[in-house]
Design a protein around this ligand. Structure first.
Ligand SMILES: Nc1ncnc2c1ncn2[C@@H]1O[C@H](COP(=O)(O)OP(=O)(O)OP(=O)(O)O)[C@@H](O)[C@H]1O
Ligand SMILES: [Mg+2]
Length: 569
C-alpha cells in the first residue's frame, strides 16, 4: 500500500496552474491583463509556434520596481489588493497574485521592467534570482518560453500550431474589443497578424468583427438604476450566415457567464431558434461591489448579488431592441445609437397596436381596400401587385417596398400562435377529418404526445394500422394543408420526451406550425389581401424577420431607384 505524503511544492503549483494555464492562449490572457492593469496603452505581442515556443508581451505601462521583481513571480503576491474589502470591489483584472507564479511553474519566464524613476531596466528569470540590469526604454516585457517543457504530458494535449494561434488571436480580439483606447500589435512567427490603433468602441468593433455585423445590428444603450448595458446586438439575419461569437463583458471583463448567456438567448429565442447562435457585443456595467469575480480561476464567470434583476434587465433590453416593430424600427436605422433610454424600474414599452381580431389565414376577411396615401400609420404602404407568386410590391412614402409574403405571413402567424396558445388555443373541429397515410413512428408519436397536441389545439387519432386522421386544428391554421401540417408537427415531436416538451420547446413547435400554416409561394393574393398582410405586419412585433431570421421585407427608396436609372445625373 502507498503511504500518504505531502506533494512537493512544484507539483502543487503545477496542479493549481492547470486551471489557469490551460494552453498558450490562457497565458496570453494573463499577460495582457497584467499589462492593462499596469495602465499600458500600447501592447506588442509576439508569438512563436502558436505560443508554445514563445509568448512575449511588451507594454508601456507603469513597470515593476526592481525590489518587487522577485515578488512578481511569487505565489500569492500581488500589488492589486491588500484586503478582503479590496477584493470585494476589485476593479483590476488581476487580484490573485497567482498568474505569473503558475505560468513560471510550467514555462521559462523572463521579466524585464523599468519604472519611470529608475535609470535603467531590470530583469529576472526565476523567483530566487537577484534582478540583473537590463536594457529597456520603459514599461515591461514578459517572455514565456517553452510552455510545458517540464510537463510533457500536458504538452501532448496541445493542438496544432494553427489552432493554438487561433485561440491566442481570440484572446487578443476579446481584450481589444473592450479597450479601444489601447493599441495592439500581434505577430506570429515573425508575421504581423493584427495592428490595431487606438480608436473608439464602434470603430474597434467594426475593425474586429467586421462591417456586416454592425450593419445588421441594433445599437444597445440602456440604463436601469445601477445597471448599464451598451453595445450591439446583431439581428437574426446576421446569425443565420455566420458563426459569430457572442461577446459579453462585465465591467470590462470578458465573461462566459451562464446567467448572461441565458438572458440573451431568451431574448433571441423568439426571433432565432434552432442551431443559430446570436451574435452580440455587450458591455454590462454595474457597481463592482455587487458582482463577485472571484468565482472561477480564469475569472470567466461572475456572480451577481441581484442575479434576477440583472437577468431581467438584459432580457428586456435585448428583447425590446430586437422586437422593435416596423413603425418604430425604421427611423432608427438612420439615427445614431439612442441615448440611455430608461431608468429603473425597467419596463417594456412596445408600441404595437392590437391587431384586429379576425382569422389570420383569411386576409380577405380583414381587407382594407381603401387606396389611402401611405403615411406614418402605414409605413409599409399599399400593395401594387404580386411578383412571381412570391413577393408583394407596395408603394410607401419612401418608394418601393418588397415583401416576401411567405416569410411575413409566417412571422405573423407565429406571433399570433404564441399569443393564443399561451392561454388555450382556439381549436377548430373539422367537418370532414383529413386522413393521411402514416408510418409506424408517426402512429407511435401520436400516442406519446396526445397531451401536447391537444394543448396546441390539435386532435389527431389513428383510424387504421397505417392511417391517421386530423379531426381538429388550431383555428388560425385551419386554411392550410392540414396533412402536411400534422406531419410536420409529428416530425418535430418525434424523439422528444413526452412530459416536458411543451414547456421546453413550445416556441419551436409553434414556429414549425407557423411555417407550414403560412401562405405558400404561388398562391395569388388579391390587392385587399395583400394590404391586409401589410397592415398585419405593421402591427406585429418582430415582423421584419421571419422565424428563421430571414428578413421579411425590404425598402427600395426613390433615391435608390433614381440611381438605378441615373436620373438627376
Ligand atoms: N506587465 C506588468 N506591468 C506591471 N506590473 C506587472 C505586470 N505584470 C505583472 N505585474 C506585477 O506582478 C504582480 C503579479 O502578477 P500576477 O499576474 O501573477 O498576479 P495579479 O495580476 O496580481 O493577480 P492574478 O493572479 O489574478 O492575475 C502584479 O500584481 C503586478 O504588480
Ligand atoms: Mg495578473
Amino acid at each position: 500500500m502507498r503511504r500518504i505524503h505531502p506533494l512537493p511544492d512544484l507539483l502543487i503549483s503545477q496542479i493549481a496552474a492547470g486551471e489557469v494555464v490551460e494552453r498558450p492562449a490562457s497565458v496570453l490572457k494573463e499577460l495582457i491583463e497584467n499589462s492593462l492593469d499596469a495602465g499600458a496603452t500600447q501592447l506588442d505581442i509576439q508569438l512563436e509556434e502558436g505560443g508554445v515556443r514563445l509568448i512575449r508581451v511588451a507594454d508601456n505601462g507603469a513597470g515593476i520596481a526592481p525590489d518587487d521583481l522577485p515578488l512578481a513571480l511569487a505565489r500569492h503576491a500581488t500589488s492589486k489588493i491588500a484586503s478582503l474589502a479590496d477584493l470585494e470591489c476589485v476593479a483590476s483584472y488581476g487580484f490573485r497574485g497567482e498568474a505569473l507564479a503558475s505560468i513560471a511553474a510550467v514555462a521559462r519566464v523572463t521579466i524585464t521592467s523599468r519604472t519611470a524613476d529608475t535609470p535603467h531596466a531590470w530583469r529576472i528569470e526565476t523567483t530566487g534570482m537577484t534582478p540583473q540590469p537590463a536594457a529597456l526604454a520603459a514599461g515591461t516585457v514578459i517572455a514565456v518560453a517553452d510552455l510545458y517543457f517540464n510537463t510533457p504530458a500536458r504538452r501532448k494535449f496541445l493542438k496544432t500550431t494553427a489552432t493554438e494561434f487561433a485561440h491566442c488571436d481570440d484572446v487578443v480580439v476579446r481584450m481589444a474589443q473592450v479597450r479601444p483606447d489601447v493599441a495592439f500589435t500581434l505577430a506570429h512567427d515573425g508575421q504581423v497578424k493584427r495592428r490595431l490603433a487606438t480608436t473608439d468602441f464602434s470603430r474597434r468593433t467594426r475593425e474586429l468583427l467586421g462591417e456586416p455585423l454592425i450593419a445588421h445590428a441594433r445599437p444597445i444603450a440602456a440604463e436601469a438604476g445601477p445597471l448599464r448595458l451598451t453595445g450591439y446586438a446583431a439581428l437574426p439575419a446576421y446569425a443565420k450566415t455566420t458563426r459569430a461569437e457572442p461577446y459579453f463583458y462585465v465591467n470590462g471583463r470578458y465573461v462566459r457567464d451562464k446567467l448572461l448567456v441565458h438572458a440573451a438567448r431568451q431574448a433571441y429565442a423568439d426571433v432565432l431558434h434552432g442551431a443559430h447562435h446570436p451574435a452580440y457585443v455587450l458591455f454590462l456595467e454595474l457597481d463592482p461591489a455587487t458582482v463577485d469575480v472571484n468565482v472561477h480561476p480564469a475569472k470567466t464567470e461572475v456572480r451577481f448579488r441581484d442575479a434576477r434583476g440583472v437577468h431581467q434587465f438584459i432580457f428586456l433590453v435585448l428583447q425590446r431592441a430586437l422586437a422593435k416593430p416596423l413603425a418604430a424600427a425604421r427611423p432608427e436605422i438612420t439615427t445614431v445609437p439612442p441615448a440611455p433610454t430608461f431608468s429603473a424600474p425597467v419596463q417594456t414599452r412596445f408600441t404595437v397596436r392590437e391587431p384586429a381580431a379576425s382569422a389570420y389565414i383569411d386576409f380577405a376577411r380583414q381587407a382594407c381596400s381603401e387606396p389611402a396615401p401611405a403615411n406614418a400609420d402605414t409605413p409599409l404602404g399599399y400593395a401594387l401587385g404580386q411578383l412571381h407568386g412570391i413577393y408583394i410590391l407596395a408603394q410607401n412614402a419612401q418608394g418601393l417596398v418588397l415583401v416576401d409574403m411567405h416569410a411575413a405571413h409566417e412571422r405573423i402567424l407565429y406571433e399570433r400562435l404564441k399569443a393564443t396558445t399561451a392561454a388555450r388555443p382556439a381549436t377548430q373541429p373539422l367537418l370532414v377529418p383529413v386522413l393521411f397515410e402514416a408510418s409506424a413512428s408517426e402512429l407511435a408519436c401520436v400516442e406519446d404526445h396526445a397531451v401536447t397536441m391537444e394543448a396546441l389545439g390539435f386532435e389527431i387519432a389513428s383510424t387504421g394500422p397505417q392511417q391517421l386522421a386530423v379531426r381538429a386544428v388550431p383555428a388560425l391554421l385551419a386554411g392550410g394543408d392540414l396533412a402536411a401540417l400534422a406531419r410536420a408537427l409529428l416530425a418535430d415531436l418525434a424523439g422528444q420526451p413526452a412530459s416536458h416538451v411543451l414547456e421546453t420547446r413550445r416556441n419551436e413547435l409553434l414556429a414549425t406550425l407557423a411555417c407550414h400554416g403560412a401562405v405558400r409561394a404561388n398562391r395569388s393574393l388579391s390587392l385587399p389581401e395583400m394590404n391586409a398582410l401589410l397592415r398585419q405586419m405593421e402591427a406585429t412585433e418582430r415582423a421584419d424577420q421571419c422565424n428563421h431570421g430571414r428578413p421579411t421585407w425590404t425598402q427600395l427608396s426613390l433615391a435608390e431607384l433614381d440611381k438605378l436609372f441615373m436620373r438627376g445625373k
